[in-house]
Design a protein around this ligand. Structure first.
Ligand code: FAD
Length: 462
């Protein structure tokens, strides 16, 4: 048993970042993690492994589709699936070990095991009860289930099973056209799997700017993904090696069946707070199972804070990280801050999709007068040279003040490009500010500047 200023439960991007920041600010800090490795969903079964498989399969796509065009001839690489999985696992290992190193460097104690809160100010791990002046709950989330669909992580899988299938399936049905479904669907489509995505709503990537949704769907369809939209999955039946997915089309109630070797259930995630003892403590929850917090990430029980996927807001690693830093700073008596209006969202397909701020539909609905600056990557020399000219940058600015309200990018390196708009928005910049900033040539980022120019007197290369 030990005394701590702060104990964090969960070592995902929310928890480990909170722990490091708390320790940097001079607080005696421990982090409880029940998994065998640190890093949470993100490093073990989320962001990092999915990006490793996206990277590997994108290289395959380049070799198969673009190498010959550039005069790079020879046999296309063949896929050694076991080795690809081993590479992904190696990447996970490097990253999780990295957090272990950072804990040691910053003198954060890793309390190994599953934690609970028997009373405010105490955290129990195994048989040990530790005192903690402050507790941060960062227990993350788990995949949501779907009625009539039983997950076995072999034939019917969540993203976790999809990251380590025993072999590459011939046919895959993805239930849900959100970020995780489309990323994993892209991975397998590039590996030769026939992928069909079934989505309840009438558009993919719910909540995104409508124009981006349409273009994104067109591009993915060109890459071989099939889409069935407006379809409610009724159930999945499995045999030893196959599955049948039954869905009902909303437009006419007709029922259809799809065969698959693997079904990926990607219908979202829900907060994970099992075993913490929150009921007994009287910690208030939302009706969506999230822990309720005030503006400073404190729950209704003094000294107990919560961050990341376990609370409201976008379920994203960087949102969890920002809250982790801010909660630790608040506990240390500083002014922790998160600007929820400027949290980017990225889909790491090829092309990437990135978005920040309001969509055109949201601005329209708010009644605010606005203008749009749009620039196609067809006008970007670098993108053309790299066979990556599909897509565009769309910037939305206030009509009167020219202040940037949102940006939506589909195109090469969109996930990196979005950040110059994020920084601009943080500083309250106008589209003209962005347009007047010199951008190096030839870079993809020139497309962002051109979109900003298009908000004013016009883009040059269009
Ligand atoms: P988590 O990362 O879920 O970590 C919580 C940790 O708490 C877990 O390790 C768990 O074992 C531990 N824990 C839970 N209860 C206890 C307990 N009682 N005692 C001890 N330990 C406990 N987000 C992005 O921003 N970019 C991406 O590209 C991206 N890709 C994703 C891909 C996939 C396939 C998935 C599933 C998610 C992806 N996400 C991505 C989402 C991202 O992983 C989450 O938003 C992020 O991990 C949330 O961080 P967190 O710290 O709140 O919780």
């Amino acid at each position: 048993m030990a005394n701590y200023d702060v104990i964090i439960i969960g070592s995902g991007p929310g928890g480990y970042v909170a722990a490091i920041r708390a320790a940097q600010l001079g607080l005696k800090t421990a982090c409880v993690e029940g998994r065998e490795t640190l890093g949470g969903t993100c490093l073990n079964v989320g962001c990092i492994p999915s990006k490793a498989l996206l990277h590997a399969t994108h290289q395959l796509h380049e070799a198969e589709h673009n190498f010959a065009k550039m005069g790079l001839k020879g046999k296309s690489p063949s896929v050694d699936w076991k080795q690809m999985i081993a590479y992904k696992d190696e990447v996970i290992g490097q990253n999780t070990k990295g957090i272990e190193f950072l804990f040691k460097k910053n003198k954060v104690d890793w309390l190994k095991g599953w934690g609970s809160i028997p009373e405010a100010g105490k955290v129990k791990v195994g048989d040990e009860v530790h005192d903690a002046k402050n507790i941060i709950i960062a227990t993350g989330s788990e995949a949501s289930s779907l009625p009539g669909v039983e997950v076995d992580e072999k034939i019917v899988v969540t993203s976790t099973g999809a990251l380590e299938l025993a072999k590459i399936p011939k046919k895959m049905v993805v239930i849900g056209a959100g970020v995780i479904g489309l990323e994993m669907g892209s991975v397998y489509a590039r590996l030769g799997t026939e992928v069909t995505v079934v989505e309840y709503l009438d558009a993919i990537t719910p909540g995104m700017d409508r124009e981006v949704q349409k273009q994104f769907q067109k591009i993915l369809a060109k890459q071989g993904l099939n889409f069935i939209l407006g379809a409610a999955v009724q159930g999945v039946e499995t045999t030893k090696t196959k599955a049948k997915v039954t869905y009902k089309l909303k437009k006419d109630d007709s029922e259809e069946v799809l065969d698959a070797d693997v079904v990926l259930v990607a219908t979202g995630r829900k907060p994970y707070t099992d075993g913490l003892g929150l009921d007994a403590l009287g910690v208030e929850m939302t009706d969506r199972g999230q822990i309720k917090t005030d503006d400073h990430w404190q729950t209704n029980v003094k000294g107990i804070y919560a961050i990341g996927d376990a609370i409201a807001g976008p379920m994203l690693a960087h949102k969890a990280e920002d809250e982790g830093m801010a909660a630790a700073e608040t506990i240390a008596g500083k002014h922790g801050h998160v600007n929820y209006g400027v949290i980017p969202g990225v889909v790491y397909t090829h092309p990437e999709v990135a978005t920040v701020g309001q969509t055109e539909e949201q601005v329209k609905e708010s009644g605010r007068a606005y203008k749009i600056g749009k620039f196609s990557f067809m006008g970007n020399g670098r993108a053309k040279a790299m066979f990556a000219a599909d897509g565009f940058v769309k910037l939305i600015a206030d009509k009167e003040t020219d202040r940037i309200l949102g940006a939506h990018i589909i195109g090469p390196a969109a996930g990196d490009l979005i950040h110059e708009v994020c920084v601009s928005m943080e500083f309250g910049a106008s589209a003209e500010d962005l347009a007047m900033t010199c951008h190096a040539h030839p870079t993809f980022s020139e497309a962002v500047r051109e979109a900003a120019l298009a908000c004013g007197d016009g883009a040059i290369h269009m």
